[in-house]
Design a protein. Structure first.
Lengths: 365, 425
């Protein structure tokens, strides 16, 4: 083969690859036009609990011993006493100055969640008297779902918005009084979660199509849920994200774990929302959740700065070291307080820098 | 590696297909035992399992391409089955020695801490616990073995036995190993070590520079380098397998490598890899729009770079399947036409494997969560495991239980000797 022939064949192969690739890989849907889902006057997030587990090392050791992050969460005998949970109370003030409330996620350990709902907040009574309108389940991870009994015992018929991408074990826990168990190393079955109060209310199974085919669910004027169908750790898939359009400020995202990536959420808003202006975010941002580091985490700090967010409220799976580095780099991280120290348990990785909005803190956008 | 086609020789495509299906299930069984999230050993954490697979593939390549089996020859009168079993056991032992004795036990304990999880944990500090430590040490190994695979394969097809063509097998084996290792260490130091030094908090910036590509790549992740190297390796293998060693072969003397052949092969495949890298990134931009710094999943620049390598891996796997189980079809016409058609088939096959990997079938077979770009999942692990099994069958078992392949022409014999070093015995 001479050089000319060789180069010809290369060019042909490259062209064929491009054409073939174009033909078979589906393109993501793009909105035909920008969406206007209204506005709110403000949104307040009360951090009920963001400590999904208290000792990072115990959690990671269990994870390592039973197959790592790709393993099915229902097959791991998690350390019950190390479990806490993730949950937040959202209060929306509409343009008419009326306040409306809903719950995001319901934690993991039911004893911890009962303590949070009854002793550290009045969520239990707000559920009972209907003040809390609905619950949005961000995703089906254990620390966001397995404490469901604590919510349902106060309001079994609560409307729940959840990603459609659930597994039979999830639905059994939600609606069929399941008592799930997992085998430990010795083969002994260990209880890992249970719910004796079946959900009797409406379950809105969210998909990326949205309620009108334009990608979002309009839950209140100025409040939308968007389901991102992404693969996640521990065999989970899909995450619901809250978007708020705050008048005179801009778009605020509120997330459980933010697996799709905080900047990808803003990128989605930029592409799809009318009058997009980035303003802030709250939630677990799923970055250095194991308090480790990678060069790509530096990328996120640079990216958040370039998106010019005005308020970054973070906790949970964001990772303290990311929050500290981000704050040092000039990211407007909203500082928390020491209220978490008044709780009966706290995270072993909590630091005096208070770069997390942690248990008992709140933030208003 | 598989030998090229055998013009004129009868090849049973039925047997080839049966073998292909059988190997698919062998790989699945191995996956279930070692990697599957609901399987036996659950090593796909992901980096730990990934590092072991890359190390195993590197052991196979070391035995066949660098050593040409010299240090561990099976008895000359052994059957193909015996020979295959012996060499497979040798490859497993070599992998275990390399990972656990050389890197963890020696280098990681007495020199470079990040090669040993125990040394990382012992150093203390944020994030220095067993899970992170094992993942980080495994990441370093993956990068090291990637650099090794590049140079081992590039040297084999380019330089061949140069400059030791007149020396004994022992001289060639050990000298080539040292040359490949020197190049591997330099490549690792420049392309990957900066990333590994920044896997810790605070970053080890006295040991490694801040990833120098971050200013133009949009990420500090060494997936940038990994994608480029894997695209390059894909062309090394494609030209070796599907183009029957051309065009590099025309630069050789008496079927042997030379300095110029080696240099042109290295830079030629690097240029082809670079072009492929850029084309694939452009194609991804069409589907997922431009990535941006700090984006995650398909928006992440680091994922795009990695994905070029993953696509390259799919095409290489298809090329191996075509060469080994379909007799490098087609075998008629001029070399140019054959090479061109095989390349098209390999690209189409790679796309089919791509669609398979991201289909719901792998949810059941591999325990994968549906979707693309999960940070803890890369198809490279399954692809490389598959490639390793095919190489073991071709080079160690000499295609057993398929019929032994015999060369029909001098040209093919030369290629066979070059490609399948094992067959020299």
């Amino acid at each position: 083969m001479d050089r000319r022939s060789f180069l010809k064949s290369m060019a042909a192969a490259g062209a064929a690859a491009s054409v073939a690739g174009t033909a078979v890989i589906p393109k993501p849907a793009h909105a035909a036009g920008k969406i206007d889902f209204g506005q709110v006057k403000s949104v307040k997030v009360d951090v009920l609990t963001e400590t999904s587990w208290f000792d990072n090392d115990i959690f990671k050791k269990t994870l390592m011993d039973y197959g790592g992050a790709m393993t099915n969460q229902y097959t791991i005998p998690w350390e019950w006493d190390n479990a806490g949970g993730y949950s937040a109370l959202i209060t929306v003030t509409g343009l008419d100055d009326k306040e409306r409330k809903f719950l995001m996620d319901t934690g993991w350990n039911t004893e911890w969640m009962d303590y949070i709902f009854n002793e550290k907040s009045n969520v239990a009574s707000m559920l009972k008297n209907g003040e809390i309108e609905f619950m949005m389940l961000s995703h089906w991870h254990l620390d966001h779902l397995w404490g469901i009994e604590s919510t349902l015992k106060n309001k079994p018929d609560i409307t729940i918005y959840a990603p459609q991408t659930h597994y039979p074990e999830d639905i059994a826990l939600l609606r069929e009084k399941a008592h799930h168990k997992a085998k430990d190393k010795s083969g002994k079955e260990v209880p890992i979660c249970k719910n004796d109060v079946p959900h009797t209310g409406k379950l809105v199974e969210c998909t990326p199509s949205g309620d009108k085919g334009d990608g979002i669910y309009r839950v209140m004027p100025g409040v939308a849920i968007r389901m991102f169908d992404v693969p996640i750790l521990l065999r989970v898939r899909g995450e619901n994200v809250l978007y708020f359009n705050v008048k005179d400020k801009g778009i605020v995202t509120v997330t459980g774990c933010c697996h799709p990536g905080v900047l990808s959420l803003f990128s989605y808003a930029r592409s799809n929302f009318e009058g997009y202006k980035p303003y802030g975010c709250y939630g677990g941002l799923h970055i250095t959740l194991f308090e480790n580091w990678e060069p790509k985490f530096d990328d996120i700090i640079k990216g958040v700065k370039s998106f010019q967010l005005q308020k970054v409220g973070c906790n949970h799976c964001t990772g303290w070291i990311w929050a500290e580095k981000a704050a040092e780099a000039g990211v407007p991280v909203v500082k928390g307080t020491n209220k978490y120290k008044e709780y009966k348990k706290s995270s072993t990785v909590a630091k005096a820098s208070n770069v997390f909005l942690t248990n008992g803190d709140s933030v208003t956008f | 590696m598989a030998e090229p086609s055998r013009p004129g020789e009868h090849f049973s495509y039925i047997l080839g297909i049966i073998n292909f299906i059988a190997i698919f299930f062998v790989v699945w069984l191995l996956w279930y035992v070692f990697m599957h999230p609901d399987g036996v050993m659950k090593l796909y954490t992901p980096m730990y399992g990934f590092s072991l697979v890359v190390a195993f593939l590197s052991s196979v390549v070391m035995l066949t391409k660098v050593w040409e089996i010299y240090p561990a020859p099976p008895p000359e009168d052994s059957s193909r089955l015996t020979r295959g079993i012996i060499l497979t056991v040798v490859a497993v032992i070599l992998m275990l020695i390399t990972v656990f004795a050389i890197f963890r036990g020696f280098l990681g304990t007495f020199g470079i801490a990040y090669f040993s999880p125990d040394s990382i944990v012992a150093s203390g500090g944020t994030g220095a616990e067993p899970f992170n430590a094992r993942e980080n040490a495994s990441t370093a190994l993956i990068y090291f073995f990637t650099a090794f695979l590049w140079w081992a394969l590039a040297w084999n097809i380019g330089f061949g036995r140069w400059p030791w063509t007149r020396d004994t097998a022992a001289v060639v084996s050990w000298s080539r190993m040292l040359a490949v290792m020197v190049l591997t260490i330099v490549t690792y130091a420049v392309l990957f070590h900066p990333h590994v030094c920044y896997l810790f908090y605070p970053p080890q910036n006295k040991a490694g520079v801040e990833p120098w590509w971050s200013s133009f790549a949009g990420t500090g992740s060494a997936y940038f380098s990994l994608g480029l190297i894997l695209c390059t390796v894909a062309w090394i293998i494609i030209s070796d397998l599907l183009w029957e060693g051309y065009p590099w072969k025309s630069l050789g003397r008496d079927g042997e490598g030379s300095l110029w052949k080696g240099l042109i092969t290295v830079f030629g495949t690097l240029i082809l890899g670079g072009i492929t890298f850029v084309i694939l990134l452009k194609v991804m931009n069409v589907y997922w729009m431009e990535p941006f710094e700090g984006g995650q999943y398909t928006d992440a620049p680091y994922f795009r770079y990695l994905h070029t390598g993953e696509i390259g891996g799919f095409v290489v796997l298809a090329a191996f399947i075509l060469a080994v189980y379909f007799n490098n079809f087609p075998n008629l016409g001029s070399l140019f036409v054959r090479a061109f058609l095989r390349t098209l088939i390999a690209i189409a096959g790679g796309l089919c494997i791509y669609l398979f990997y991201y289909s719901s079938a792998t949810t059941f077979l591999l325990g994968k969560v549906p979707g693309i770009a999960q940070p803890d999942d890369t198809p490279l692990v399954w692809t490389l495991l598959y490639l390793t099994v095919i190489m073991i069958q071709a080079d160690f078992f000499q295609y057993w239980p398929l019929p032994r392949r015999t060369a029909q022409t001098n040209e093919v014999w030369e290629a066979k000797v070059r490609v399948a070093g094992a067959s020299r015995l």
